[in-house]
Design a protein around this ligand. Sequence first.
Ligand SMILES: C[S@@+](CC[C@H](N)C(=O)[O-])C[C@H]1O[C@@H](n2cnc3c(N)ncnc32)[C@H](O)[C@@H]1O
Length: 248
Amino acid sequence: MINPYETRKLVSEYLFFHYAEETDFSGDIPVPREALHFPVRLVAELADHERGVKSALDLGCAVGRSTFELARFAQCVIGVDYSAAFIGVAETLRCDGRHSCEILVEGERTAEFTARIPAGIDVSRVSFETGDATALRTDIGRFDLVLAANLLCRLPDPGKFLGSLPDLVAPGGQLLLATPFSWLPEFTDPRNWIGGRPGTGSSWDALRLALEPHFDLQLKKEMPFLIREHSRKYQYGVSLGSRWIRRS
Ligand SMILES: C[S@@+](CC[C@H](N)C(=O)[O-])C[C@H]1O[C@@H](n2cnc3c(N)ncnc32)[C@H](O)[C@@H]1O
């Protein structure tokens, strides 16, 4: 399968998903406002801002909006994604502060959209790298905060990924997860799904079972999101967001 996250189509859809302001949506077409700004809300609403965060890791960061948002309070943030196209664009944004692309209006008509890093972000705190969240470079270290948003059900082996998290989050550190549990065989062999098959429990129960030996659940929150395909077609999803604290 061609990796869809390497295509120009998904690069522009994710740039819009991560960086569009309300004014960028066609004014006369109603959109569910509560689902806008998902990557911003992930950080604002899931993170515990009272806990000191020196280092943060955003796994499956795509075109980087949550990574930049984490830099508002973390001194050093790494964004990792498997897609070289996504990381290339995130890196352009880090260096130039903006990146333009063509978004689909209808049929073959397009319009220009310019993604911009919002004010107040110190980009010197941010770095991006391509990598596999299930086989990270061995010297990547441990983090005060790890975010993995809408990543779990895009991995070939989500169970292996969950098993690697206790080593990645420092004691007392926070793990922020968000997932719509959109299991698809093209990304994950059904034998590797956690929950979601006849006769298994729910995916949330399987997630809890995997994390509870090492983490305490602190917050659970519904997180709607909206990905624009063209001016009259959107993908509406609701991720289950959670914050987990790594036991010492
Ligand atoms: C559904 S998108 C979510 C992106 C972003 N976190 C968000 O919430 O908008 C899944 C992302 O995970 C990335 N990804 C898929 N498999 C990966 C892997 N093994 N390691 C790192 N990133 C991966 C994809 O390239 C894509 O950017």
